[in-house]
Ligand binder design. Structure first.
Ligand SMILES: [Zn+2]
Length: 86
């Protein structure tokens, strides 16, 4: 399996306490190895609570992240790798 077969989705917790930047990121998807970019601070983050992100993006954050594997793409990749017809 390759990194591009996995995507990360920012899951914002709805409510008035959610940062504008995280509300905007809610539902955003990036590939594994890519980062989410805050539309407010411009900070690049691997996921919510990224320990390398500025405190303005992490303190009291209640967001989460889900990961999705594109198994069809994995199957195509494996068939190609094994030299079998797709
Ligand atoms: Zn958040």
């Amino acid at each position: 399996m390759l990194p591009e077969h996995v995507s990360k989705r920012w899951e914002a917790t709805p409510g008035p306490r959610t940062r504008d930047s995280h509300r905007a990121l809610g539902g955003a998807e990036v590939k594994w190895g890519q980062q989410f970019i805050s539309p407010v601070t411009g900070a690049a983050m691997d996921w919510p609570h990224d320990e390398d992100a500025p405190a303005a993006e992490t303190i009291n954050c209640r967001c989460s992240c889900t990961f999705r594997t594109d198994w069809r793409a994995v199957a195509r990749w494996r068939r190609a790798k094994e030299g079998l017809a797709a």
